[in-house]
Design a protein around this ligand. Structure first.
Ligand SMILES: Cc1cc2nc3c(=O)[nH]c(=O)nc-3n(C[C@H](O)[C@H](O)[C@H](O)COP(=O)(O)O)c2cc1C
Length: 337
């Protein structure tokens, strides 16, 4: 069924296809005979970060940026859904076209640039969510117009406002599509940002887990710094990885890739690198939570990432290419492994 729908969607511009899918999803799940097709399985249940997950499979950030379709995605059987990246103020993101499929590679290149409706609109959506068991993560960022020196203020605003409405937080400093954002991954600014948020967090009556989302393009030395900072600031853990700026090893011909231009690459080309990063991080972060994302396109990839050391996993491109069957297949494989 998804294969047929996909062959239609792939005829359309990628961003239009995404928007159309969202409309169809709302309509489909509003019909009286539809509902959750996902079976709950006690074997897949797990507790991490003090939260109960129906299963370890999450929808990665950027898919439902404004949190408008959480109930619909929960119906597909995700154990958790990460909304955002959200910024304090709404912003349009980069000019279109900004989303491209590399079908031969089962990849996606995007330079969306944190297009989102802002934190207040996200909160309105979160207030309407009916599903009370799905875990919701809030992925926070800064507005494009905010200079890096003032970035902490943007993260603080999002953190404070969203705090009552999400179960965990993700600090996104790893998108390649907001100019200079990735500089915040450097040791000093990162330590300052995470300590500030963690200080705010522990002062609340219900502190929430905070995770840091990193880029797959960091060197081992930079990963060592990340490990040190995570331990020093005592945040909950890491999400590895965001999209890559690398274009190595693609099957799609070079001129097509060059014509697409700048952006972050995701999907199958990221599988191997994400596994490597996971193993490296796990060796240095024994007791921390690590969420594995990047190139999980099959049930086998999911099992492998968990073996590499992930506590939980997320999918984005795999869901675009394989649809809801990917979730079902991963669950089956996990039950049998
Ligand atoms: C179109 C698109 C938009 C994305 N937007 C965000 C975002 O806003 N925030 C974020 O942290 N990651 C974002 N991501 C990255 C994904 O959450 C994920 O880390 C990355 O795509 C690797 O996973 P995948 O190979 O399963 O796609 C986006 C990815 C894509 C393809």
């Amino acid at each position: 069924m998804y294969k047929l729908w996909r062959s239609f969607l792939f005829l359309l511009d990628a961003e239009k296809a995404h928007k159309l899918s969202f409309k169809v999803l709302k309509f489909w799940f509003s019909l009286p005979f539809t509902g959750s097709s996902a079976k709950l399985d006690s074997k897949l249940r797990l507790s991490k970060m003090g939260l109960d997950f129906a299963n370890p499979i999450g929808l990665a950030a950027g898919f439902d940026k404004n949190g408008t379709h959480i109930d619909e995605f929960a119906n597909f059987g995700f154990g958790f859904i990460e909304v955002g990246t959200v910024t304090p103020k709404p912003q349009a993101g980069n000019p279109k076209p900004r989303l491209f499929r590399l079908i031969e590679d089962e990849g996606i290149i995007n330079r969306m640039g944190f297009n989102n409706e802002g934190v207040d609109a996200l909160i309105s959506s979160l207030k309407k969510v009916k599903n009370k068991s799905v875990v919701i993560g809030g992925n926070i960022g800064k507005n494009k117009v905010t200079p890096n020196e003032k970035a902490v203020e943007d993260y603080k605003i999002c953190f404070e406002k969203l705090h009552p409405y999400v179960h965990y937080f993700v600090v996104n400093v790893s998108s390649p599509n907001t100019p200079n954002l990735r500089e915040l991954q450097e040791k000093e600014p990162l330590k300052a940002l995470l300590s500030t948020l963690q200080e705010m967090n522990v002062k609340t009556s219900t502190p929430k887990p905070i995770l840091l989302k990193i880029a797959p393009d960091l060197t081992n030395e930079q990963l060592d710094d990340i490990i040190e900072i995570v331990l020093e600031t005592n945040i909950e853990g890491v999400i590895a990885n965001n999209t890559t700026i690398s274009r190595d090893g693609l099957k799609t011909n070079l001129s097509t890739v060059e014509n697409i231009g700048a952006g972050g690459l995701s999907g199958a080309p990221l599988t191997e690198r994400s596994s490597q990063v996971m193993r490296y991080l796990r060796s240095g972060l024994k007791d921390k939570v690590i969420i594995g994302v990047g190139g999980i396109m099959t049930a086998k990839d999911a099992v492998q990432r968990l073996k590499d050391g992930a506590d939980l996993i997320q999918v984005y491109s795999g869901f675009v290419y394989k649809g809801p069957d990917l979730i079902k297949n991963i669950k089956e494989e996990l039950k049998n492994s």
